[in-house]
Design a protein. Structure first.
Length: 278
């Protein structure tokens, strides 16, 4: 294909290139390369002679039939400038991303660009980092929730044995069966038992305080919570042959603090199994 290279009027060319501090190109009305500035040559690491006199499709065949090419043609026809965001430009060893401004220059087209390749890469890295942080935060919230649930279960399951142990200590002490020989050991047992009770109360207070501060309400499914509690007490249910009847047809869900709600149902079901009618 033989193309006559048209010289651009020096005044038009000067005005265009003076304003274009970033990679800039001039085409004729047939979309043939007329000129490009030094910023385009250095940024893209290309040779000017490889483009001058060639049509845009000869240089970039992938633009055939694209909306971008039609937009350029429309600028030449109407003279109305356009801006295009995040336009990719492919070389043999790199992909560039530009913000493009296209406007009519004489009979042809002027295209000036802003190289945002590094900016886009930085934004993508920040987005990836943000996504990772969100995943970590979500996992931490889930772990905290599981820890709270475990704390409620542990606090409840430990409360009854410790209370019984304290009662037994009181009965032994009042029955005067503790000899002088074993009294030091008995006193230590009482002290350890009291420490355990105090720590359990402190744990309950911390959990209650944390829950009251957060007081995060969400939609809680009755059936799912009960199924979870039944799984925790499955061995007790089997051994005691307990039968738990469920009917949540009227209110299958409730808007409540999930941890507090599970604690309430856990206590009710646990006590019902423990103190069930023979």
């Amino acid at each position: 294909m033989s193309v006559e290279v048209i010289n651009v009027d020096s005044e038009i060319k000067g005005a265009f290139f003076d304003m274009a501090h970033t990679p800039s190109v001039i085409f004729d009305k047939n979309m043939v390369f007329l000129d490009m500035n030094e910023a385009a040559i250095s940024t893209l690491n290309i040779k000017k002679d490889d483009f001058i006199g060639k049509s845009i499709l000869e240089a970039f065949p992938y633009l055939e039939g694209t909306e971008r090419l039609e937009s350029y043609k429309k600028v030449i026809e109407t003279g109305v400038p356009i801006s295009l965001d995040e336009i990719s430009f492919y070389t043999d060893d790199k992909t560039f991303v530009f913000i493009v401004r296209a406007f009519k220059v004489g009979e042809g087209l002027g295209v000036t660009t802003l190289d945002v390749t590094n900016l886009i890469a930085t934004i993508d890295k920040l987005k990836a980092t943000q996504n990772n942080l969100e995943k970590v935060n979500k996992n931490l919230k889930q772990k905290n929730k599981e820890l709270e649930e475990f704390s409620y279960v542990a606090a409840h399951d430990l409360r009854a044995p410790l209370t019984n142990m304290q009662s037994l200590f009181g009965m032994l002490e009042s029955s005067n069966v503790i000899t002088d020989e074993v009294k030091p050991i008995f006193d230590k047992l009482k002290y350890v038992g009291k420490l355990m009770c105090d720590k359990l109360k402190a744990l309950n207070n911390v959990i209650a305080l944390k829950s009251s501060l957060e007081d995060k309400k969400e939609v809680v499914n009755f059936k799912e919570v009960v199924a979870k509690i039944k799984a925790i007490h499955s061995e007790k249910i089997i051994n005691t042959r307990a039968i738990i009847k469920e009917d949540f047809a009227a209110y299958p869900k409730i808007n409540y603090n999930a941890v507090q709600f599970e604690s309430i149902l856990h206590n009710l079901i646990s006590n019902a199994i423990k103190y069930k009618h023979p």
